[in-house]
Design a protein around this ligand. Structure first.
Ligand code: ADP
Ligand code: MG
Length: 368
């Protein structure tokens, strides 16, 4: 089922104190989450991800705007009538209940025509448990399970009512690195198998990129970009999105456009066409956008070389770089033993992005 967000806005009024400011947690969010897709809601802490999720499920009411599930306006529908499954960061299982009892719990409160017999409930619970591959641990209490297992129980509990929409709020944050990886693949598998329209909230760009059909990048309540993960990475709308996606982070240099060229510091790194006129700019270069080339036009001072198997990371310094170090990733085929002192790079045009320093807006250009 598709979910339509129309001008969705949530303002938390300033509390008490004079001069306190209202918080616009979600600011005119417009988007249709396509049926059966997994959408990653991504952004730094405090940007309004959880609030968006709470609005979708009805735990909070919007200040303005509407929410539709399919064609139905659910803006004023209570949470329990929306058919959503919720999973939070802290698994919030009942500690005195077994895994099975935890999963059964939402079914035991069903009323009227939705009431199930004991057998039906057990069958549904076991089905959900099998889906998240936790069916052999059904007699354990939360304290007897690992974080990953507890989170699976929480997911089974969200799935057992066969929700039309699954909402996950940083569900992997409390897991260690390996489990995080495993569980995120698991969530993707379950989402694909069930075809439930899913919104997955995270501040971890790699997590969002790896499992989402579409990502939504938010900053201070405002949606900055929506697209397929690779498209957003390759074609960021602005400086914020470019810097938020990618590890290592994009390298940011101060530079300028002048005489038909793009300059980083005093070095002309590329001949370009662009209709913005001569101006100061910020130049972003992805780590994979550098090629070691003795004829290259960007000169950096080598700091160290880290060999990572297939790739090597060349860490260097450049005065125009906005961070302490320039981090590049190049193929380990090159004769890196011979690099020392100064290292010269040629830039790959499709990995270079130009922004306006005053507001981070993207300036489009073509290489000449
Ligand atoms: P995220 O989940 O992206 O970290 P949140 O949606 O939790 O961000 O919060 C967005 C903004 O709204 C933050 O500035 C936060 O302090 C504020 N906020 C969230 N919930 C409340 C609330 N109940 N009352 C007042 N302000 C809130
Ligand atoms: Mg949050």
């Amino acid at each position: 089922m598709k979910i339509v967000l129309e001008n969705l806005t949530k303002i938390f009024p300033a509390r008490g104190k004079k001069g306190g400011q209202d918080v616009v947690a979600v600011d005119h969010f417009n988007f249709t989450i396509p049926d059966g897709k997994l959408v990653g809601l991504l952004g730094p802490s405090g940007c309004g991800k959880s609030t968006t999720l709470y609005l979708i499920c009805g735990l909070q009411n919007p200040t303005e705007g509407k929410i539709y599930f399919g064609e139905d306006d659910v803006t004023n529908l209570p949470t329990e009538n929306r058919g959503v499954g919720l999973v939070f960061q802290n698994y919030a299982l009942y500690p005195h209940m077994t895994a099975l009892q935890n999963i059964l719990f939402p079914l035991q409160n069903l009323k009227g025509k939705d009431r199930l017999t004991k057998e039906e409930m057990n069958e549904r619970a076991m089905k959900a448990a099998r889906l998240v591959q936790i069916d052999r641990l059904m007699e354990r209490k939360p304290a007897e399970m690992s974080g990953g297992q507890q989170q699976r129980v929480a997911i089974a509990r969200a799935l057992v009512k066969m929700p039309k929409v699954l909402l996950l709020d940083e569900p992997l944050s409390n897991l260690d690195a390996r489990l995080r990886l495993q569980t995120r693949e698991e969530i993707r598998r379950i989402q694909k198998e069930t075809g439930i329209t899913t919104v997955f909230v995270t501040h971890d760009q790699e997590e969002a990129m790896s499992i989402s059909d579409l990502i939504v990048v938010m900053k201070a309540g405002v949606v900055n970009q929506i697209g397929k993960p690779q498209e957003v990475y390759d074609d960021p709308a602005n400086q914020f999105v470019a810097q938020f996606l990618g590890t290592p982070q994009i390298n940011m240099f101060s530079g300028r456009i002048g005489d038909g060229g793009l300059y980083i510091g005093s070095e002309k790194v590329m001949d370009i066409n662009c209709d913005c006129g001569d101006t100061e700019v910020l130049v972003g270069v992805r780590p994979e956008g550098f090629e070691v080339d003795p004829e290259g036009s960007l000169t950096c001072t080598l700091r160290n070389i880290e060999v990572m198997g297939r790739d090597i990371s060349i860490v260097s310094k450049n005065d125009a770089c906005q961070s302490e170090l320039v981090r590049t990733i190049v193929n380990s085929d090159i004769d890196y033993g011979s690099i020392s002192g100064q290292v010269r790079f040629r830039l790959k045009a499709h990995k270079v992005y130009i922004f306006r320093p005053e507001n981070g807006e993207r300036i489009r250009f073509t290489e000449r």
